[in-house]
Design a protein around this ligand. Structure first.
Ligand code: DC
Length: 270
C-alpha cells in the first residue's frame, strides 16, 4: 500500500516538474521571438512616425530652422519650449512660487492648454486665452527653466505633444523630442553650436531689434541654461542614440535646412 502511494506521489511530482520546465522553455522562446520581431521592425525603418524631432541646447537655432523646414516640407511646426513657457505664464499669473513643486503641481490641475496655428505661426492658449505674445519675456523664460524640471509638468506636456504629433506630420523642436516625446520619429536631429557662436547669434539678433545687451551676460546665461538642461534628473538634454548630430557653428541657415531636408528625403526613400 505505502509503495503504491509513494509511486503515485513520485509520478505527480515528476509531472508537475516537467510542466514547470516546459512552461519556462515556452516562455523563453516567446521572449526571443518578441525581441527579434521588434528589432526587425526597427531595422527595416518601418512603423516609424512621419515626424522630424529636433533637439539641442538653447540658441542653437532650432526654431528658425524648424520653421523653414516646416514650410518647405509642408509639415506642422511645433515649438515645445512655448508650452513650458505657457506653464510659466500660468504660474506667474497665479502668483505662485515656481520653486515650490507641490504648488506648481496643484496649479497644473486647473490648466487646459491647447495649441493652434494661424498663418503658419503657432499660438498657445490657456483655456480660451491666447498667451502667445507673452511667451518670449525674459521672466517667463526664467520661470520656464525652473518648472520644466518637474515630473508632473513634463508628463502633462509630453502627453499633449504626442497627441498633436499623432494627428499630422510634425517638425517638433525641444530638448527631449527624440528621446522621450517621439522616439519613433523617422528623423531625429540634435542641433548644436559652440556656446560662443550661440551667444554671438543671440547678441546680433537683439541688437538688430534695437535691444541693448551685453555679450558676456548672454554667454554666461547660455552656459547656465546648458548646465540646467543637461543635468536635470528627468529627461535631461541629450541626443537620442539614433539622432544625427549637426554642429551648425560653421553652417549657414540655408545649409542646415538643405542638409536636414536631404536626410529626411533619404529616410523616406524619395
Ligand atoms: O526653447 P525655450 O527657451 O523656449 O524653452 C523654454 C524652457 O523650457 C527651457 O528652460 C527649456 C525647457 N524645455 C524643456 O525642458 N523641454 C522641451 N522639450 C522644451 C523646452
Amino acid at each position: 500500500m505505502w509503495c503504491e502511494v509513494l509511486y503515485v506521489g513520485g509520478f505527480l511530482v515528476a509531472l508537475i516538474y516537467y510542466n514547470f520546465v516546459w512552461d519556462i522553455l515556452v516562455f523563453g522562446v516567446r521572449m526571443v521571438e518578441k525581441t527579434e520581431d521588434t528589432d526587425t521592425v526597427m531595422d527595416k525603418g518601418t512603423e516609424k512616425m512621419d515626424a522630424i524631432a529636433i533637439d539641442g541646447p538653447a540658441g542653437a537655432g532650432k526654431s528658425t530652422i524648424a520653421k523653414d523646414l516646416a514650410r518647405c516640407l509642408e509639415m506642422t511646426y511645433v515649438d515645445t519650449g512655448a508650452m513650458y513657457r505657457a506653464i510659466a505664464v500660468w504660474v506667474g499669473d497665479n502668483d505662485a512660487d515656481p520653486a515650490d513643486e507641490a504648488e506648481v503641481e496643484r496649479l497644473l490641475e486647473g490648466i487646459t492648454m491647447s495649441v493652434g496655428h494661424e498663418e503658419g505661426v503657432q499660438r498657445v492658449y490657456l483655456g480660451d486665452r491666447d498667451v502667445t505674445d507673452r511667451l518670449r519675456a525674459e521672466e517667463t523664460g526664467r520661470i520656464a527653466s525652473v518648472v520644466s524640471k518637474y515630473g508632473a509638468v513634463r508628463r502633462k506636456l509630453v502627453e499633449l505633444q504626442q497627441q498633436i504629433a499623432a494627428k499630422e506630420p510634425v517638425i517638433m523642436d525641444g530638448r527631449d523630442i527624440g528621446t522621450k516625446v517621439l522616439p519613433d520619429a523617422v528623423l531625429k536631429v540634435f542641433m548644436t553650436a559652440s556656446p560662443d557662436i550661440r551667444a554671438k547669434r543671440r547678441f546680433d539678433e537683439l541688437m538688430e531689434k534695437g535691444i541693448e545687451c551685453d555679450y558676456d551676460d548672454i554667454l554666461e546665461d547660455i552656459k547656465k541654461r546648458d548646465h540646467a538642461d543637461e543635468t536635470r534628473t528627468i529627461s535631461p538634454l541629450k541626443p537620442a542614440d539614433d539622432a544625427v548630430i549637426l554642429d551648425t557653428s560653421d553652417m549657414t541657415q540655408d545649409e542646415v535646412v538643405e542638409k536636414i531636408e536631404k536626410l529626411y528625403d533619404e529616410l523616406k526613400g524619395r
